[in-house]
Design a protein around this ligand. Structure first.
Ligand code: TXA
Ligand code: MG
Length: 549
């Protein structure tokens, strides 16, 4: 697909705007892909009965084709034609938990296209309780297939802005229904047998499910075999085998965040990160009291390199679950190198929370094989890291996102996260990008630089980067002298153009610092022209290719 052809101007619709809402509901029924709120996370919805529409979901997400989608409905009656059978336990769970944050896996009917079920003879059915989701499904007039609306591998979206971040230009509409209440995806339960089996933990827990069944006189059949669950290799939702929820930073779980003295554990973990990595910037996903204690206790230099995202009371697992994906995304935007995140006891909601957090941390546990995710890092370098290099990030990211997601060239199964960032040779720590850079990034590239904070390049950043491109020869000379061991990956734009035999473009980027908007525009023009030429060579050097080319 030509990237230009696949490009949408993504519109964010508010449900109160009834005319716009009706237009989106109709488009959904007619085969467009729409970002929609639910009480768990935002979904990427398409008409479940239209295989072409559903196929577009996989393209927009970069989702593996063997991972089935959940079908969303707006009433219990509309489930009937979609399934071949409603078992007695399915009936009880429908009555007890629908509408709500649960997905029931049932034998599918012939109405469900293969692209939805990915060849399985079952289909996951979900009846969300979110009023906007219900209204949208109802008005579209069709069942809606929807996975979470993130790029495959990224944290799930719990705000419309997260969906916009991952999906803009890939889908025509996002319906903004505010923050998702639960914040973790639905509990997926196989109800095809005589007793339910949880395939993905969520807000609705096994004790809640057993309770509902017992109330209706159901008891676990004595001869029921908890299929392999005890042996630790339960058949899982196919999607659980993939790398998930991964922010760019390294995630470490700080266990027992629900204990009164949790602060001590964070303190120790934080000091360990700093003692092992001079250049670490640490994001803390923790409770308020942990932040207050640490701010009293930490030396100034460490405090300056610690960024807090507080979810509320440290012991409140509900609040932590609600905030988890936003926390991971926000700390990523702040360019932290490490994240220390609250760990809870694995019971009740803690089971679902820890399931997601462990995946984010790349902690595979013992029974799951999660293919690693490869991260490729491109670094742009200027002097103060407020004007040119942030603009380069915006210009390049806008180009790259049309091809997202990426895979390794020599190993197409291996998903690649392309991390594009910037630094300065002598930058202050923590300055925002120049206002003109922010404006151009937004208007021209649809990229939000408002969270950008300047930083000086250091050994850690250099070591992590796969390719370092600077705005002038002077900059690359300094870098090569300062970091001779990384010489091979350091170029100025001019040098990179020359290395790849491109001679019809000027590689020097004019410095707009302190000048007006038009000067910044010229800088952006120069960057665009250069990237148009060197983009394929960058992918080649990183040994990656885009899913959508
Ligand atoms: O809360 C949610 O469930 C959200 C919102 C948007 O509804 N949706 C969601 O979808 O999380 P997704 O596609 O990101 O995750 C669905 C999970 C995957 O792990 C998938 O493998 C599993 O459910 N699944 C879907 N259909 C299945 C089936 N027939 N059998 C077993 N697992 C299934
Ligand atoms: Mg998902």
């Amino acid at each position: 697909m030509n990237p230009e052809e696949s490009k949408y101007v993504t519109e964010i619709i508010h449900p109160e705007d009834e005319a716009a809402f009706a237009r989106v509901a109709k488009a959904l029924g007619d085969g467009e892909v729409v970002g929609m709120p639910t009480e768990t996370v935002y979904g990427l919805g398409a008409n479940a009965l239209n295989p072409h529409a559903v196929a577009r979901i996989f393209v927009a997400k970069g989702r593996p084709l063997d991972n089935p989608l959940i079908v969303h409905v707006a009433s219990k009656e509309s489930i009937l034609p979609l399934v071949a059978e409603i078992t007695p336990i399915a009936k009880v769970l429908m009555d007890a938990f629908m509408p709500g944050p649960i997905t029931l896996v049932m034998k599918k009917s012939a109405l469900i296209p293969d692209v939805v079920s990915c060849g399985l003879d079952t289909v996951g059915i979900r009846f969300p309780i979110h009023p906007v989701a219900r209204k949208l499904i109802e008005q579209s007039g069709v069942p809606v297939a929807a996975p979470s609306a993130n790029l495959s591998g990224s944290p799930s979206p719990t705000k419309a802005s997260h969906v916009y971040h991952d999906m803009h230009e890939k889908i025509p509409y996002i319906v903004d229904g505010g923050d998702c209440n639960v914040g973790l995806e639905s509990t997926v339960v196989d109800v095809t047998k005589s007793w339910p089996q949880i395939l993905r933990p969520g807000y609705v827990t096994m004790p809640m499910i057993e309770n509902a069944l017992q109330e209706k006189g159901f008891t676990k059949p004595v001869d029921y075999q908890d299929t392999k669950e005890d042996k630790g290799s339960a058949p899982r939702a196919p999607g659980m085998k993939y790398r998930h929820y991964a922010p760019h930073a390294l995630v470490t779980i700080v266990n027992d965040a629900d204990e009164a003295d949790a602060f001590l554990r964070y303190n120790e973990a934080l000091r360990t990160v700093f003692s092992e990595n001079n250049d670490a910037v640490v994001g803390m996903f923790c409770g308020e009291e942990v932040k207050q204690n640490l701010e009293k206790d930490l030396p100034e230099d460490m405090k300056a390199k610690t960024i807090f995202y507080c979810y509320g009371d440290g012991r409140d697992n509900r609040a932590a679950s609600h905030a988890l994906f936003d926390g991971l995304r926000s700390l990523d935007e702040a360019h932290v190198t490490h994240i220390l995140a609250a760990g809870f006891a694995k019971k009740g909601l803690g089971l679902a929370y820890m399931n997601r957090l462990q995946k984010a941390a790349g902690d595979t546990g013992k029974e799951e094989k999660v293919p690693a995710l490869s991260i490729k890092r491109v670094l742009f370098l200027c002097t103060g890291n407020t004007c040119r290099s942030p603009l380069a990030v915006a210009s390049f990211s806008a180009m790259a996102r049309k091809n997202e997601p990426f895979s390794e060239k020599n190993n197409p199964q291996m998903p690649v996260r392309l991390d594009v960032s910037s630094a300065g040779i002598s930058a202050a720590f923590g300055d925002p990008a120049a206002s003109h850079s922010i404006q151009i990034a937004k208007d021209r590239y649809g990229i939000d630089l408002s969270m950008h904070r300047s930083r000086t390049v250091n050994d850690y950043i250099m070591e992590q980067s796969d390719l370092v491109l600077s705005v002038s020869d002077g900059h690359s000379d300094i870098l090569r002298r300062q970091y001779p061991e990384y010489k091979a990956k350091i170029f100025s734009f001019a040098q990179y153009l020359a290395k790849n035999g491109i001679s019809d473009v000027n590689g020097n980027i004019p410095d707009p610092y302190g000048k007006g908007l038009s000067e910044y525009m010229r800088t952006a023009d120069a960057l665009d022209e250069i990237f148009a030429k060197i983009y394929p060579f960058i992918l080649e050097d990183l040994q990656i290719f885009g899913y959508i080319m």
